[in-house]
Design a protein around this ligand. Structure first.
Ligand SMILES: Cc1cc2nc3c(=O)[nH]c(=O)nc-3n(C[C@H](O)[C@H](O)[C@H](O)COP(=O)(O)O)c2cc1C
Length: 206
């Protein structure tokens, strides 16, 4: 395999392209799309977003210390792109994208996006001024999920929502399921149908 060496840069993909909703303390709200985001701690649950200070949303997050990470789906791909190429300085992205602000469970200012299947409510605990982007490190205060994706056994079927991925400038669906956590080391359960067939075969050969 032949490889080229590129100058240092960011090439960590795929990423989510989430819509982050936020507000200032006067009740002005906005949405921006963020790909520089991730989970950083399980307990306490923590996440981050990295935002350029020149974004209209930046000062809202800085002022209220609140934002909501709203997961995006294939259905929300257009809205996610729009919220990432237009500024709230010029347009009302809620209205332009037909999105509905909902009341967060544990935040005072930032609204959730109702059309998103998962709203991760975050409160900023630290701001790291890294360079081009400032990282808002936040504690997750609550998670709201669309309960129409709960199955009869009480399991949240997140992967039925049609989650959106962002990779190297392109939006993509997730594609087919390849396995589940730990499947590489899990012992295979014998295939019931095969077992029955071979039993039947044995039965008939006696
Ligand atoms: C897919 C995608 C990912 C983006 N990721 C980021 C990001 O991680 N950080 C950031 O500051 N801007 C990011 N942007 C750009 C902002 O979303 C964009 O500048 C937006 O218009 C800012 O909105 P605002 O001015 O209303 O705050 C992204 C845009 C797109 C389309």
């Amino acid at each position: 395999m032949s490889k080229q060496v590129w100058k240092a840069g960011n090439m960590l993909y795929p990423l989510p392209a989430v819509m982050v909703s936020t507000a200032d303390k006067s009740g002005n709200t906005n949405i921006l799309t963020i790909a520089w985001t991730g989970t950083v701690c399980t307990n306490p649950p923590m996440a981050y977003i990295s935002v350029r200070p020149e974004r209209y949303s930046y000062h809202m997050i800085e002022e209220s210390g609140e934002f909501v990470i709203n997961l995006t789906t294939e259905k929300l791909a257009r809205a996610a792109d729009f919220c990432g190429v237009r500024s709230g300085r010029e347009v009302d992205k809620w209205e332009e994208c037909g999105l509905t602000p909902g009341t967060a469970h544990s935040l005072k200012y930032a609204p959730c996006i109702e059309e998103s299947p998962v709203n991760i409510e975050c409160r900023v605990v630290k701001t790291e001024k890294l360079g081009s982007h400032h990282m808002f490190l936040a504690e997750v205060m609550a998670v709201r999920i669309d309960d129409s994706y709960m199955d009869e056994r009480g399991k949240f079927e997140l992967n039925r929502t049609g989650l959106l991925a962002y990779s190297h400038g392109e939006y993509l669906g997730l594609g087919k399921k390849l396995g589940t956590f730990g499947y590489s080391v899990r012992k295979k359960k014998p295939d019931r149908k095969k077992r029955r067939k071979s039993k039947n075969k044995r039965g008939s050969s006696v």
